[in-house]
Each structure stands twice: as C-alpha cells, then as structure tokens.
Design a protein around this ligand. Structure first.
Ligand code: FMN
Length: 289
C-alpha cells in the first residue's frame, strides 16, 4: 500500500459512509488524492481508466451542484468520477482500479461510498468530459464521516460488517461446488480469501464465488448473478454492477496476497468443474506461483 499502512487493516476500516460532515476536503487530502490518481495503473484485464476528484472548495460548493445522488448521500465533500473505454471486461477493471483509490482514501481517514445506481449520470458525465465509447459505471462519494467513530465503534462496525456477509461455506469451494473451502484448506491464502468476503458489493449481494483447485494455489473466480438484478436495472441505463463487484473483490484478493508476499498472476482459464446453474459465469483465475 502506497501510504504504508496494512491493506488488511484498511479493508477492515472501510464501510459505506453516506453521511458526511459539512466541510470541504483539506488541501492536503485533495493533493494526495490527485497525485495518487494521476499515476496510470492497469487493471488485471489490461485496461486503464481516467479518474478525477470533483471537490468543493472552501466557501464554494458550486462545483458539486450538478452531481445529484437522489438524496442518498448527505454533505459529500466531493466525488471521485472515473471513465473507462467500453471493451471486454471493462467493468471488472473499473471496479479493481476504483477500489484501489477507495482503499487509499480510507487509509487517509476519509469516508467513502460506492454509487452505481443512485447518481445522476448527466452531471457526472459533464464533470469528466465523457468521451465517445467511454462509460462511468459508478462513482465514489467522499468526505469526512459525520461522526468520528470511537475505537469501540469501529471494532463493532468491523464485526457487524462481517456479520452482514455470507459465511465462507456459501462463497468459497474446494475443488468443485459440492465441497466448502474451510479456512484451513485455504492455507496461505486464508486472508486474501477473507478479504474477498469483506468486499463491498452493489446492494450487498456478494455475487463472488471462488473455487480453489485441489492441491494448488489456483483460485477460480466465478460470478453468481443475482436473478433479474441486472435485467431489471439495465432499462434505466445502469451498468452490470455485479461485474464491477468482481473487480473490487479481485483487488482485495491481490492486494492482500501482495502484502503477504504471495506471488501469483491473473489468467484466463477454466474452473475445471461444473458451475452451479445458468446464473453463474466464470471470470478469471488467480494462479499462485
Ligand atoms: C458497485 C457498487 C455500487 C453501489 N451502489 C450504491 C448506490 O447506488 N447507492 C448506495 O447507497 N450504495 C451503493 N453501494 C454500497 C453498497 O450498498 C454497500 O457497499 C454494501 O451494502 C456493503 O456495505 P459496506 O460497504 O458498508 O460493507 C454500492 C456498492 C458497490 C460495490
């Protein structure tokens, strides 16, 4: 992690913060975010995206006037907006690259919230001068969380976050979908796998499934779609957010693996087992080296 804090700790601190203090980002925080976002990084499928911080200045919130969130977000100090070319797997790469920025902001002590549905596209498109062939699949609200949680509060929040996630046996599998992957079976990858479980997802649907190959550190990532979720939302112009969820989970997995010095790469492959049903889709494999 670029700001030298443990990524595993930072993942534990992040939560969807929807209410902010009515105060702009400090100059230092704006500069740090701008600098971090200015360095081009490739997602696991090889794409880059451009990101921009649209932040209110002291005494002037007019830059945010156009950026509606249908009342879901209170007093955001700004938004991180990104644009990516629509090609194969652009949604996974977008999720991966934007979660990297979210965790950086969390490490700076900022509150964030992913917004894939409750943001008005037109104003955000103007703010980043959206070009032909590009999409803004989601944006991030950012600012100082309304009440600074006391330590105990953070610990409870951490616990609550994990309570609101599906248990391992519903998400992670050993060899094929008939056998659950226990924490011991995950071996050195116990923490990266757990970091997938902690990932945020649209409507907290947690569509990620992982199948670990028997006897190897190869982890197949499979998207288990929520029935009718995308089909219902696409009519109002929403992107396939569960693929963004997959990219976010991939970032948590490989950032934790790299912190633990576990080497590997993302590769196209095959799960080597039958998928549970017609709603499941193979996405990618982490090949441990
Ligand atoms: C791709 C994506 C899109 C999301 N879109 C919205 C949204 O439009 N509005 C909203 O209030 N929250 C949105 N969320 C936040 C999720 O509801 C939240 O992350 C999830 O419930 C898990 O809670 P946590 O982030 O506190 O762990 C989105 C999250 C993700 C990952």
């Amino acid at each position: 992690m670029d700001n030298k804090r443990s990524i595993v700790d930072i993942i534990g601190e992040r939560y969807a913060n929807r209410t902010y203090q009515n105060k702009p980002l400090s100059r230092e925080h704006r500069d740090m975010l701008d600098e971090y976002m200015a360095v081009p990084v490739k997602g696991p499928f090889g794409m880059t995206a451009r990101f921009s911080l649209v932040a209110a200045r002291e005494g002037d919130s007019s830059s945010l006037r156009d950026l509606g969130t249908y009342g879901v977000i209170k007093n955001a100090a700004g938004f991180i907006v990104g644009a990516i070319q629509k090609t194969d797997h652009y949604l996974e790469d977008y999720g991966y690259l934007l979660e990297r920025i979210v965790l950086y902001a969390t490490g700076l002590g900022l509150g964030t919230c992913w917004l894939g549905g409750t943001f008005r596209k037109s104003g955000f498109a103007r703010s980043i001068s959206l070009e032909e062939g590009e999409a803004i699949p989601a944006v991030i609200a950012i600012g100082y969380a309304a009440e600074k949680p006391a330590l105990l509060d953070s610990i409870m929040r951490f616990g609550a976050g994990s309570k609101h996630r599906k248990p391992w046996e519903e998400l992670f599998f050993n060899g094929d979908f008939t056998r659950a992957l226990g924490e011991v079976d995950a071996g050195a990858y116990r923490v990266p796998v757990e970091m997938v479980r902690r990932a945020p997802s649209a409507s907290n649907k947690q569509p990620w499934r992982i199948v670990k190959e028997n006897g190897r550190d190869d982890f197949h990532f499979i998207l288990e779609r929520t029935k009718n979720y995308y089909r219902n939302w696409k009519v109002v112009g929403m992107e396939d957010l569960q693929r963004v969820d997959m990219g976010i989970a991939m970032h948590h997995f490989d950032a934790a693996a790299s912190e633990l010095k576990l080497k590997g790469t993302w590769a196209a492959g095959a799960p080597g087992c039958a998928l549970p049903d017609g709603e499941s889709e193979y996405i990618v494999t982490w090949k441990g080296l």
